[in-house]
Design a protein around this ligand. Structure first.
Ligand SMILES: [Zn+2]
Length: 440
């Protein structure tokens, strides 16, 4: 098995991530988070919110509706340009992303370039292709009881537009000093032609985005600063190794239609280097388009100098699932203890679903169970995310807690009844030390 398959298997076995609609045979490009997965996911999202919003004075949060007025996507350019190159095999009618079948191709690959590469159909092996055409990745839907063209809307393909469309509301109610940022976490939807690599490229994902509003001449400084802060967040808060993260300056022809500079932060995933997140300079593209489409002014008036201008924007954007897969890949470890291979997740303690596991050495000794319960209750009251395990033997419990990333296992034995000390076993070293209960 590849490392990615090992991670997928652990995620399913231990209740982190299941295929979406599993009971009905699945739904391509969707995943469901189980009890431990939702715990990890929320901790990642909370750590981000805490670091980028709550601990700062220049960030404000919003939570906009997922279904937005379709004018939003005309003004933002998504209706016109949010496309992937689609190609169909005339023999078997398989549909593929053209740029993914040709080495070093970009999303702007033409029919001529595609045909010149002489690609065989991955399904049937033939080379009878139709033209490369643009496929819009927004999920279309109708709103209300009438299903005609007048009532078409879309599931949002990014959370960013929910921020831009609330820029004026925030400015008129909060009066923030520039520079300032507006942050949002939430679901976004992309009708990927071929979802793949587990939760890396899925059709429904969660994004964490910031639009950071600056004076037009101050974007470069903000860009560098945010880039630096994201590196800190990824390494110090998410536990990713700096040498697994690579800054890639995106060349003009590959940049999104709105961007004047983009740096992708790529991560060394188990199946190779892939985009983890991006920082993009979006100029005043969005606010100016909204001003045109809505007829409302998006100008900012500086309270101190009286200057009036349309702010420019630097946008760091990261997908929760992509980040979660990086955190899992970084934490996934196999080592050997007493000649046996062991699997463990070396998650940072703040991200682990459980901080402690408490167990009585034997579950059929009421005095041990009772003592263990008092220790469990005390830790639970203090930390919240503490789990109880009295199943199987102690070795089995350790193996399970290693696999779900619990940093410390606390075991209550007969000595505890004598001297109020417990065994604390460390996940990473498997070492056990004796600790007094009131020092836990
Ligand atoms: Zn085919």
């Amino acid at each position: 098995m590849s490392k990615l398959e090992d991670i997928v298997s652990l995620c399913k076995r231990r209740g982190f991530i299941f295929p979406g609609s599993d009971v009905y045979g699945g739904m391509a490009g969707t995943w469901d988070f189980g009890p431990l997965g939702v715990s990890l996911k929320r901790k990642i999202m909370d750590a981000w919110w805490n670091y980028f919003v709550d601990s700062r004075d220049d960030m404000y949060g919003v939570d906009a509706a997922i279904i937005m007025n379709p004018i939003t996507w005309k003004a933002s350019g998504h209706t016109e340009t949010f496309n992937d190159p689609l190609v169909e095999c005339k023999a078997c009618h398989g549909r593929f992303r053209a740029d993914k079948l040709v080495d070093n191709a970009t999303e702007s690959i033409t029919t001529e370039e595609f045909l010149a590469a002489n690609v065989k159909c991955p399904t049937c092996g033939k080379t009878d292709w139709g033209d490369v055409r643009k496929f819009n990745m927004m999920f279309k839907m109708t709103v209300g009881p009438v299903a005609d063209d007048e009532h078409i809307a879309y599931l949002r393909p990014e959370t960013a537009q929910g921020i831009f469309t609330n820029y004026k509301n925030v400015v008129d109610t909060i009066y923030p000093d520039i520079p300032f940022g507006i942050a949002q976490q939430g679901k976004a939807f992309r009708n990927e032609i071929s979802p793949r690599d587990f939760i890396l490229r899925d059709r429904e994902c969660s994004q964490m985005e910031i639009e950071y509003f600056v004076r037009p001449d101050a974007w470069e400084e903000a860009f560098e600063q945010l880039l630096k802060e994201y590196h800190f967040f990824l390494t110090e808060k998410m536990g990713l190794s700096a040498n697994n993260i690579h800054d890639e300056e995106v060349p003009a022809e590959d940049r999104a239609h709105y961007s004047k500079r983009t740096v992708d932060l790529e991560y060394d995933y188990p199946n190779g280097r892939e985009e983890l997140m991006g920082v993009a300079y979006r100029t005043d593209f969005d606010l100016s388009n909204i001003a045109k489409a809505s007829g409302k002014s998006m100008e900012y008036r500086d309270k101190n100098t009286g200057e009036v201008f349309v702010p420019h924007v630097v946008e760091p954007s990261i997908g929760v699932e992509r980040l979660m897969l990086a955190v899992l890949a970084e934490a996934y470890t196999e080592d050997e203890i007493d000649g046996n291979t062991r699997v463990l997740l070396k998650l940072p303690a703040d991200l682990a679903p459980y901080r402690f596991c408490v167990s009585p050495l034997l579950k059929n000794k009421p005095e041990l169970v009772e003592k263990a319960r008092t220790v469990y209750d005390a830790l639970k009251a203090k930390y919240g995310n503490v789990t109880w395990d009295d199943s199987g033997n102690i070795g089995k419990r350790y193996r399970k807690q290693d696999e779900i990333g619990t940093p410390k296992c606390v075991v209550i034995d007969f000595d505890t009844l004598e001297d109020d000390t417990v065994t604390v076993r460390d996940r990473d070293t498997a070492e056990q030390v004796r600790v007094a209960i009131d020092e836990l």
